[in-house]
Design a binder for this molecule. Sequence first.
Ligand code: HDE
Length: 702
Amino acid sequence: MAKRPTNTTPPTPKTPKVGIGNGGETHQTMSDPNARLTTNHGIPVGDNQNSLKGGRRGPTLLEDFVLREKIQHFDHERIPERIVHARGSAAHGYFELTKSLAPYTRAKILTEVGARTEVFTRFSTVAGGAGSVDTPRDVRGFAVKFYTNEGNWDLVGNNIPVFFIQDAIKFPDLIHAVKMEADRGYPQAASAHDTFWDFIGLMPESTHMIMWAMSDRTIPRSLRMMEGFGVNTFRLLNAKDEATFVKFHWRPKLGTQSTCWDEAVKIAGADPDYHRRDLFESIAMGDFPEWDFGVQLLSQEEADALPFDILDATKVIPEELHPITFVGRMVLNRNPDNFFAETEQVAFLPTNMPPGIDVSEDPLLQGRLFSYQDTQLSRLGTVNFHQLPINQPKGCPFQNLQRDGHMQTIVFKGRANYEPNSLAEAGEVGGPREDPRGGVRTFAAPMEGQKVRLRAETFADHYSHARLFYHSQTSIEQAHIASALVFELSKVVLEPIRERVMGNLRNVDESLARRVADGLNMALPAKSQAVVEPQDMEPSPALRIIGKYPETLQGRAVGILVTDGADGRIVAAVKKAVEAEGATVKIVAPKIGGVTLKGGRKLKADGQLAGTPSVLFDAVALVLSDEGCAELLNEGAAVDFAAHAFGHLKAIGFTSEAQPLLDKAGVQPDDGIVDLGDGADAFIAPASTRQWDREPKVRMLA
Ligand code: HDE
């Protein structure tokens, strides 16, 4: 018999006991230290380090089914990403109803006060691919799957209450225009390019959404600091099948907050996963993100009295006109166990609505009702995507007579795969039956008229709401909108495209159009012809961000830059004071091993200076020694640390030794520049917000 060649593979750390499997369970038991590695078909694997070869140094053999199965599975690990909203982050949590909507709906999720319903919420960007960064200027998806005991309710919304287009038939054009340009494959995750603005200029109905998209709403500070909106108009149906129009709202407990554009651009390099990490870490720390849930309710008469069409998703119903009633809250308190199985495979369907929630005739929503179910086929590859654990309803199993298909995981019993059947009478399994009383009923909306392909005249006013939004902003926010338009249009190469957009802007506000033209150093073109002359509406302060968010350290991060010889008492005092107010603290040092403080004590670092710039913090403190500061004057990352914190309107606490660094970084004194020699308390208030007054000193806004 041939002698077996010597094996030179290093030993693996643990040798599982032979004979002990995974307890007969079909799923992997990763926590069992004795679990035995097997193929997908349960065959124990004897060697996971070496492929099977013909001879010691010979070719790999086709018969190595262990290798082939492993490589083949790996080859197919990726599934097609979502055509839009590919980049997302999600968490589990619960929804709790605080006020019953029983007069308006029979949906139990909206009538059973105090009941907690599990949710899975996925936030996303729209334009970029799954591997793109978290902080482009982009609308954010805000999709909530409520696992109600009457079936799943998917409220698939955005962080902006209106949309670019009025009719679903324009969606593929919009998305083609915003995504990477077809010939060159760039830019990734950016609207600042010719094809997007070409489409926008030719679609004046998008102008209102453009005002929102160019506002700071599209550069959120955190997913925990975003509002959410159902966008489309839905209906609630009560026990008597009477309908009320409804708009859905989410309001973050931490307020709506944003980054500065220059900061967002820099964060993209410093931490591409900025939002995903923030969500994951805050939940892991027990600092659970929370939102209030509200509704705007309108009768048919109230809807008819609006000066715009409630079915037009490019319009906002000002809450000063129809207040939001808050009826519940959502808390996200558990991170996914597995990103792919949950965040990637979750399939949201706007068609998922429990009895008592119904659609409206909004032509954008109507198209969505088809699209989401359809797209899952190419993404998840099977009509059985509802059987994936993250998509299964909870507490109310699905039961119907749909059968077979790719990846069918259920072993149905009996012969009943049709309905009606009388098999139960013969003692066999008969199967479920429809429920005319408890099941879904559709609102008997009146229908009349001819079949037409047209846009209703009630959708024709494209500018009044854009004007309403712009006029409702603070002057700081108006400057940001104008500057964002200048930034984006400056990246547009074809001049006629810029001109067309400016011509449209003249219908919104002449001064805005003028600011943009000046910012581009171009002549103001002729005003474009509006189908309907825009009207002035009463400004809605609720549409602002500045002045609305709570000034607090809750949810914020503070970075303390230290050097050898720094005063440990000041570091400790700052840390204690800001943590007491709810912020997290990270120590940043020139070397990751940390520093030796004055007196010899060691302090560990959480981040190394070059990889932990100040854009990752809401406020910073510089606690340096004279020698440490002198060294940092020659370190660009240190100068940037201070200069960028100043430029991004953040509070800077400092010890007197840090003054040379502040000087070199061009930091000028103001209320946000706080000498820590006077104690840490004075740092708290400026660190709880941005120093908006500083902005004209650091940035030429349009
Ligand atoms: Fe979507 N949208 N959408 N959308 N949408 C998708 O469904 C679509 C629209 C939104 O985290 C897709 O499963 C059409 C408005 C979110 O998984 C797709 C139209 C709003 C998400 C699709 C719209 C949204 C999607 C891609 C015009 C705000 C991500 C993958 C009629 C209310 C959900 C998928 C998640 C995803 C179609 C317009 C929000 C292709 C046809 C308006 C948050 O089916």
